[in-house]
Design a protein around this ligand. Structure first.
Ligand code: 3EB
Length: 340
Protein backbone atom coordinates (compact mmCIF):
# COMPACT_ATOMS: atom_id res chain seq x y z
CA UNK A 1 0.00 0.00 0.00
CA UNK A 2 1.25 3.45 -0.89
CA UNK A 3 -0.56 5.50 1.68
CA UNK A 4 2.07 8.29 1.73
CA UNK A 5 1.06 9.61 -1.70
CA UNK A 6 -2.56 10.13 -0.67
CA UNK A 7 -3.42 13.75 0.07
CA UNK A 8 -4.31 14.16 3.71
CA UNK A 9 -7.49 16.05 2.87
CA UNK A 10 -9.01 13.15 0.94
CA UNK A 11 -10.20 9.93 2.57
CA UNK A 12 -8.29 6.69 2.51
CA UNK A 13 -8.91 3.08 3.40
CA UNK A 14 -6.86 -0.05 3.76
CA UNK A 15 -7.77 -3.72 3.70
CA UNK A 16 -6.49 -5.59 6.71
CA UNK A 17 -7.03 -8.69 8.77
CA UNK A 18 -9.99 -8.33 11.15
CA UNK A 19 -7.57 -9.26 13.95
CA UNK A 20 -5.18 -6.43 13.13
CA UNK A 21 -7.45 -3.41 12.71
CA UNK A 22 -5.72 -1.38 15.43
CA UNK A 23 -2.18 -2.41 14.49
CA UNK A 24 -2.35 -1.03 10.95
CA UNK A 25 -3.48 2.52 11.70
CA UNK A 26 -0.04 4.13 12.10
CA UNK A 27 -1.29 6.99 14.23
CA UNK A 28 -4.33 7.83 12.13
CA UNK A 29 -7.85 7.97 13.50
CA UNK A 30 -10.41 5.40 12.48
CA UNK A 31 -13.50 6.72 10.72
CA UNK A 32 -15.04 3.26 10.47
CA UNK A 33 -14.44 -0.45 10.14
CA UNK A 34 -16.31 -2.49 7.54
CA UNK A 35 -15.94 -6.19 8.24
CA UNK A 36 -16.39 -8.57 5.29
CA UNK A 37 -17.18 -11.51 7.47
CA UNK A 38 -19.27 -14.63 8.09
CA UNK A 39 -22.39 -12.91 9.43
CA UNK A 40 -24.34 -9.66 9.09
CA UNK A 41 -24.86 -7.45 12.13
CA UNK A 42 -26.53 -4.07 12.16
CA UNK A 43 -24.21 -1.07 12.07
CA UNK A 44 -23.16 0.18 15.49
CA UNK A 45 -20.68 2.31 17.36
CA UNK A 46 -18.28 0.00 19.19
CA UNK A 47 -15.23 1.24 21.13
CA UNK A 48 -16.26 4.66 19.73
CA UNK A 49 -15.78 3.36 16.17
CA UNK A 50 -18.40 2.95 13.49
CA UNK A 51 -18.49 -0.79 12.83
CA UNK A 52 -20.52 -2.80 10.36
CA UNK A 53 -20.40 -6.55 9.68
CA UNK A 54 -21.34 -7.69 6.18
CA UNK A 55 -22.02 -11.35 5.44
CA UNK A 56 -19.61 -11.58 2.51
CA UNK A 57 -17.32 -14.46 3.54
CA UNK A 58 -18.16 -18.16 3.47
CA UNK A 59 -15.33 -19.09 5.81
CA UNK A 60 -13.16 -17.36 8.42
CA UNK A 61 -10.10 -17.51 6.12
CA UNK A 62 -11.89 -15.27 3.59
CA UNK A 63 -12.57 -12.50 6.11
CA UNK A 64 -11.04 -9.05 5.85
CA UNK A 65 -11.74 -5.55 7.13
CA UNK A 66 -11.82 -2.31 5.21
CA UNK A 67 -10.72 0.46 7.54
CA UNK A 68 -11.38 4.11 6.66
CA UNK A 69 -8.98 6.47 8.39
CA UNK A 70 -8.41 10.19 8.82
CA UNK A 71 -5.95 12.58 10.45
CA UNK A 72 -8.74 14.60 11.99
CA UNK A 73 -10.59 13.74 15.21
CA UNK A 74 -13.70 11.61 14.69
CA UNK A 75 -17.17 11.91 16.17
CA UNK A 76 -19.68 9.07 16.04
CA UNK A 77 -23.40 8.72 16.49
CA UNK A 78 -26.59 6.83 15.76
CA UNK A 79 -29.61 8.19 13.91
CA UNK A 80 -32.71 5.98 13.41
CA UNK A 81 -31.43 2.75 11.76
CA UNK A 82 -28.11 4.31 10.78
CA UNK A 83 -24.75 4.64 12.54
CA UNK A 84 -22.22 7.24 11.46
CA UNK A 85 -18.77 8.73 11.98
CA UNK A 86 -17.47 12.06 10.74
CA UNK A 87 -14.32 14.18 10.92
CA UNK A 88 -15.48 17.64 9.81
CA UNK A 89 -14.74 16.90 6.13
CA UNK A 90 -15.97 13.35 5.57
CA UNK A 91 -18.90 11.29 6.79
CA UNK A 92 -19.17 7.51 6.76
CA UNK A 93 -22.65 6.20 7.37
CA UNK A 94 -23.94 2.64 7.50
CA UNK A 95 -27.43 1.19 7.61
CA UNK A 96 -29.31 -2.06 7.34
CA UNK A 97 -32.75 -3.26 6.28
CA UNK A 98 -33.43 -6.56 8.09
CA UNK A 99 -34.60 -9.60 6.09
CA UNK A 100 -38.16 -9.02 4.83
CA UNK A 101 -40.66 -10.17 2.20
CA UNK A 102 -40.42 -6.83 0.40
CA UNK A 103 -37.60 -4.29 0.36
CA UNK A 104 -38.62 -1.18 -1.58
CA UNK A 105 -40.25 0.59 1.36
CA UNK A 106 -37.57 -0.35 3.87
CA UNK A 107 -34.84 0.65 1.43
CA UNK A 108 -36.45 4.00 0.76
CA UNK A 109 -36.89 4.65 4.50
CA UNK A 110 -33.31 3.63 5.36
CA UNK A 111 -31.88 5.69 2.47
CA UNK A 112 -34.00 8.67 3.54
CA UNK A 113 -32.69 8.38 7.10
CA UNK A 114 -29.12 8.40 5.78
CA UNK A 115 -29.70 11.24 3.31
CA UNK A 116 -31.43 13.25 6.03
CA UNK A 117 -28.44 12.77 8.28
CA UNK A 118 -26.04 13.89 5.53
CA UNK A 119 -28.07 17.05 5.09
CA UNK A 120 -28.39 17.66 8.81
CA UNK A 121 -24.69 17.25 9.53
CA UNK A 122 -23.71 19.26 6.46
CA UNK A 123 -22.09 16.51 4.38
CA UNK A 124 -24.11 17.10 1.25
CA UNK A 125 -21.74 15.67 -1.34
CA UNK A 126 -22.20 11.93 -1.36
CA UNK A 127 -19.54 10.34 -3.55
CA UNK A 128 -19.74 6.57 -2.98
CA UNK A 129 -22.37 4.03 -1.94
CA UNK A 130 -22.03 0.28 -1.36
CA UNK A 131 -25.09 -1.98 -1.11
CA UNK A 132 -25.00 -5.65 -0.06
CA UNK A 133 -28.20 -7.44 -0.93
CA UNK A 134 -29.06 -10.86 0.52
CA UNK A 135 -30.81 -13.19 -1.93
CA UNK A 136 -30.19 -10.60 -4.68
CA UNK A 137 -31.38 -12.83 -7.54
CA UNK A 138 -34.26 -14.38 -5.58
CA UNK A 139 -37.86 -13.20 -5.69
CA UNK A 140 -39.58 -11.07 -3.07
CA UNK A 141 -43.06 -11.91 -1.72
CA UNK A 142 -44.64 -10.44 -4.89
CA UNK A 143 -42.42 -12.33 -7.34
CA UNK A 144 -40.24 -9.27 -8.08
CA UNK A 145 -36.50 -9.96 -8.05
CA UNK A 146 -35.00 -8.65 -4.81
CA UNK A 147 -32.38 -6.56 -6.68
CA UNK A 148 -35.17 -4.86 -8.66
CA UNK A 149 -37.18 -4.37 -5.46
CA UNK A 150 -34.11 -2.68 -3.91
CA UNK A 151 -33.60 -0.49 -7.01
CA UNK A 152 -37.23 0.66 -6.70
CA UNK A 153 -36.76 1.79 -3.10
CA UNK A 154 -33.45 3.48 -3.88
CA UNK A 155 -34.95 5.40 -6.81
CA UNK A 156 -37.86 6.51 -4.62
CA UNK A 157 -35.52 7.82 -1.92
CA UNK A 158 -33.44 9.77 -4.45
CA UNK A 159 -36.65 11.24 -5.85
CA UNK A 160 -37.82 12.34 -2.40
CA UNK A 161 -34.46 14.02 -1.81
CA UNK A 162 -34.47 15.57 -5.28
CA UNK A 163 -31.24 13.87 -6.26
CA UNK A 164 -30.95 14.37 -10.00
CA UNK A 165 -29.16 11.75 -12.09
CA UNK A 166 -26.00 13.88 -12.13
CA UNK A 167 -25.93 13.87 -8.34
CA UNK A 168 -26.08 10.13 -7.78
CA UNK A 169 -22.76 8.73 -6.63
CA UNK A 170 -20.80 5.79 -7.94
CA UNK A 171 -22.05 2.64 -6.27
CA UNK A 172 -21.93 -1.08 -5.89
CA UNK A 173 -25.10 -3.18 -5.70
CA UNK A 174 -24.00 -6.73 -5.06
CA UNK A 175 -25.17 -9.98 -3.51
CA UNK A 176 -24.43 -10.94 0.08
CA UNK A 177 -24.77 -14.24 1.91
CA UNK A 178 -27.58 -12.98 4.15
CA UNK A 179 -28.83 -10.45 6.64
CA UNK A 180 -31.24 -8.46 4.47
CA UNK A 181 -29.72 -5.38 2.82
CA UNK A 182 -26.75 -3.57 4.35
CA UNK A 183 -25.15 -0.41 3.03
CA UNK A 184 -22.49 2.19 3.70
CA UNK A 185 -22.03 5.60 2.14
CA UNK A 186 -19.25 8.19 2.04
CA UNK A 187 -20.01 11.90 1.79
CA UNK A 188 -17.96 15.08 1.92
CA UNK A 189 -18.57 18.57 3.30
CA UNK A 190 -16.42 20.82 1.11
CA UNK A 191 -14.91 18.34 -1.37
CA UNK A 192 -15.98 18.70 -5.01
CA UNK A 193 -17.56 15.88 -6.99
CA UNK A 194 -17.80 15.13 -10.68
CA UNK A 195 -20.01 12.25 -11.84
CA UNK A 196 -18.38 10.27 -14.64
CA UNK A 197 -20.17 8.00 -17.11
CA UNK A 198 -18.63 5.46 -19.50
CA UNK A 199 -19.10 6.52 -23.13
CA UNK A 200 -19.33 2.82 -24.09
CA UNK A 201 -22.13 2.03 -21.65
CA UNK A 202 -25.65 3.34 -21.27
CA UNK A 203 -25.89 5.22 -17.97
CA UNK A 204 -27.42 2.84 -15.43
CA UNK A 205 -30.09 5.45 -14.63
CA UNK A 206 -31.16 5.23 -18.28
CA UNK A 207 -31.42 1.43 -18.46
CA UNK A 208 -34.66 0.40 -20.20
CA UNK A 209 -37.55 -1.10 -18.22
CA UNK A 210 -36.66 -4.69 -19.13
CA UNK A 211 -34.21 -4.61 -16.18
CA UNK A 212 -36.84 -3.64 -13.63
CA UNK A 213 -39.54 -1.10 -12.77
CA UNK A 214 -36.98 1.55 -11.70
CA UNK A 215 -33.44 1.77 -13.06
CA UNK A 216 -30.38 1.36 -10.85
CA UNK A 217 -29.36 4.88 -9.87
CA UNK A 218 -25.60 5.22 -9.77
CA UNK A 219 -22.70 6.85 -11.61
CA UNK A 220 -19.99 4.76 -13.29
CA UNK A 221 -17.34 6.71 -11.34
CA UNK A 222 -17.03 9.76 -9.14
CA UNK A 223 -14.06 12.13 -9.26
CA UNK A 224 -13.46 13.57 -5.78
CA UNK A 225 -11.15 16.53 -5.31
CA UNK A 226 -10.50 19.07 -2.58
CA UNK A 227 -11.76 21.92 -4.77
CA UNK A 228 -13.63 22.31 -8.07
CA UNK A 229 -10.55 23.75 -9.73
CA UNK A 230 -8.35 20.75 -8.87
CA UNK A 231 -8.69 18.58 -11.97
CA UNK A 232 -5.53 16.52 -11.44
CA UNK A 233 -5.03 15.64 -7.78
CA UNK A 234 -8.34 14.02 -6.97
CA UNK A 235 -9.45 10.44 -6.50
CA UNK A 236 -11.53 8.30 -8.84
CA UNK A 237 -14.07 6.03 -7.23
CA UNK A 238 -14.94 3.33 -9.76
CA UNK A 239 -18.39 1.75 -9.35
CA UNK A 240 -19.00 -1.97 -9.65
CA UNK A 241 -18.22 -2.72 -13.28
CA UNK A 242 -19.31 -5.77 -15.24
CA UNK A 243 -19.57 -7.29 -18.70
CA UNK A 244 -22.10 -4.79 -20.01
CA UNK A 245 -21.96 -2.87 -23.30
CA UNK A 246 -24.69 -0.38 -24.05
CA UNK A 247 -27.15 -1.79 -21.54
CA UNK A 248 -26.75 -5.44 -22.52
CA UNK A 249 -25.06 -8.26 -20.65
CA UNK A 250 -22.31 -9.67 -22.90
CA UNK A 251 -20.63 -13.08 -23.03
CA UNK A 252 -23.14 -15.00 -20.93
CA UNK A 253 -21.52 -18.15 -19.59
CA UNK A 254 -17.99 -17.12 -20.70
CA UNK A 255 -15.95 -16.16 -17.65
CA UNK A 256 -12.76 -15.11 -19.43
CA UNK A 257 -14.58 -12.86 -21.90
CA UNK A 258 -16.64 -11.33 -19.08
CA UNK A 259 -13.43 -10.59 -17.17
CA UNK A 260 -11.89 -8.99 -20.26
CA UNK A 261 -14.88 -6.78 -20.97
CA UNK A 262 -15.22 -5.76 -17.30
CA UNK A 263 -11.54 -4.75 -17.23
CA UNK A 264 -11.86 -3.00 -20.57
CA UNK A 265 -14.87 -1.06 -19.25
CA UNK A 266 -12.79 0.16 -16.28
CA UNK A 267 -9.77 0.93 -18.49
CA UNK A 268 -11.86 3.06 -20.78
CA UNK A 269 -13.78 4.72 -17.93
CA UNK A 270 -10.61 6.05 -16.26
CA UNK A 271 -8.69 6.81 -19.47
CA UNK A 272 -8.03 10.30 -20.76
CA UNK A 273 -10.30 9.51 -23.69
CA UNK A 274 -13.30 9.17 -21.42
CA UNK A 275 -12.31 11.69 -18.70
CA UNK A 276 -11.71 14.54 -21.16
CA UNK A 277 -15.45 15.12 -21.44
CA UNK A 278 -15.52 15.91 -17.69
CA UNK A 279 -12.48 18.16 -17.67
CA UNK A 280 -10.71 15.71 -15.42
CA UNK A 281 -7.08 16.00 -16.44
CA UNK A 282 -6.06 12.41 -15.68
CA UNK A 283 -5.11 9.35 -17.67
CA UNK A 284 -5.38 6.39 -15.32
CA UNK A 285 -5.12 2.71 -16.08
CA UNK A 286 -5.79 -0.61 -14.38
CA UNK A 287 -2.33 -0.43 -12.74
CA UNK A 288 -3.42 2.71 -10.88
CA UNK A 289 -6.41 0.99 -9.32
CA UNK A 290 -6.30 0.12 -5.61
CA UNK A 291 -8.74 -1.09 -2.95
CA UNK A 292 -10.09 -3.46 -5.56
CA UNK A 293 -12.99 -5.78 -4.86
CA UNK A 294 -13.66 -8.56 -7.31
CA UNK A 295 -17.03 -10.24 -6.94
CA UNK A 296 -17.19 -13.76 -8.38
CA UNK A 297 -20.48 -15.67 -8.71
CA UNK A 298 -19.08 -19.23 -8.93
CA UNK A 299 -16.44 -20.30 -6.39
CA UNK A 300 -14.76 -22.52 -8.99
CA UNK A 301 -13.98 -19.41 -11.06
CA UNK A 302 -11.94 -17.71 -8.34
CA UNK A 303 -8.52 -19.15 -9.37
CA UNK A 304 -8.97 -18.02 -13.00
CA UNK A 305 -10.20 -14.61 -11.89
CA UNK A 306 -7.17 -14.22 -9.60
CA UNK A 307 -4.81 -15.10 -12.43
CA UNK A 308 -6.36 -12.61 -14.85
CA UNK A 309 -6.37 -9.88 -12.18
CA UNK A 310 -2.71 -10.48 -11.36
CA UNK A 311 -1.90 -9.83 -15.03
CA UNK A 312 -3.61 -6.41 -15.00
CA UNK A 313 -3.45 -4.88 -11.52
CA UNK A 314 -0.40 -3.52 -9.73
CA UNK A 315 1.26 -6.08 -7.45
CA UNK A 316 1.11 -3.37 -4.78
CA UNK A 317 -2.68 -3.01 -5.02
CA UNK A 318 -5.00 -4.46 -2.37
CA UNK A 319 -7.37 -6.90 -4.05
CA UNK A 320 -10.17 -8.80 -2.29
CA UNK A 321 -12.09 -11.65 -3.93
CA UNK A 322 -15.67 -12.21 -2.79
CA UNK A 323 -17.72 -15.23 -3.83
CA UNK A 324 -21.25 -13.80 -3.99
CA UNK A 325 -24.12 -13.41 -6.45
CA UNK A 326 -24.24 -10.48 -8.85
CA UNK A 327 -27.26 -8.30 -9.63
CA UNK A 328 -27.93 -9.61 -13.13
CA UNK A 329 -28.19 -13.40 -13.22
CA UNK A 330 -26.14 -13.53 -16.46
CA UNK A 331 -23.14 -11.81 -14.87
CA UNK A 332 -20.31 -13.95 -13.51
CA UNK A 333 -17.98 -11.17 -12.28
CA UNK A 334 -18.01 -7.55 -11.17
CA UNK A 335 -15.03 -5.35 -10.28
CA UNK A 336 -14.66 -2.04 -8.41
CA UNK A 337 -11.76 0.01 -7.15
CA UNK A 338 -10.33 3.42 -6.31
CA UNK A 339 -7.60 5.46 -8.02
CA UNK A 340 -6.10 7.34 -5.08
C1 3EB B 1 -24.20 -2.68 -14.02
O1 3EB B 1 -23.33 -2.06 -14.62
C2 3EB B 1 -23.75 -3.81 -13.15
O2 3EB B 1 -27.20 -1.28 -8.45
O3 3EB B 1 -25.78 -0.01 -7.39
C3 3EB B 1 -22.91 -2.16 -10.80
C4 3EB B 1 -22.70 -1.15 -9.87
C5 3EB B 1 -24.15 -2.76 -10.90
C6 3EB B 1 -23.73 -0.73 -9.04
C7 3EB B 1 -26.06 -0.84 -8.27
C8 3EB B 1 -25.18 -2.33 -10.06
C9 3EB B 1 -24.97 -1.32 -9.15
O4 3EB B 1 -25.41 -2.41 -14.11
C10 3EB B 1 -24.40 -3.86 -11.85
Amino acid sequence: MTQEKRPADLPSAIFTSPYDVTGTMSGRNVLGVVNFTTGCTGPRVEDSRLTVDLHMAHRADEEFSEVWTTDRPVETGVHRQAAYAHDGEYLLIAGRIPPAGRYAEGTSAAYCAALELMEGLGYKNCFRMWNFVGGINGDNADGLEIYRDFCKGRAEAFELFRFGDLQVPSATGIGSLGGGIAFYFLAGRSAALTSIENSKQVSAYHYPEQYGPRPPKFARATYLSATHTDRTGGQLYVAGTASIRGHETCHEGDLVKQMELSLENISHLISRDNLDAYEVDRDAGLRDLDNIKVYVRRSEDVPTVRRICSEHFSPAASVAYLNVDICRSGLLVEIEGIVF
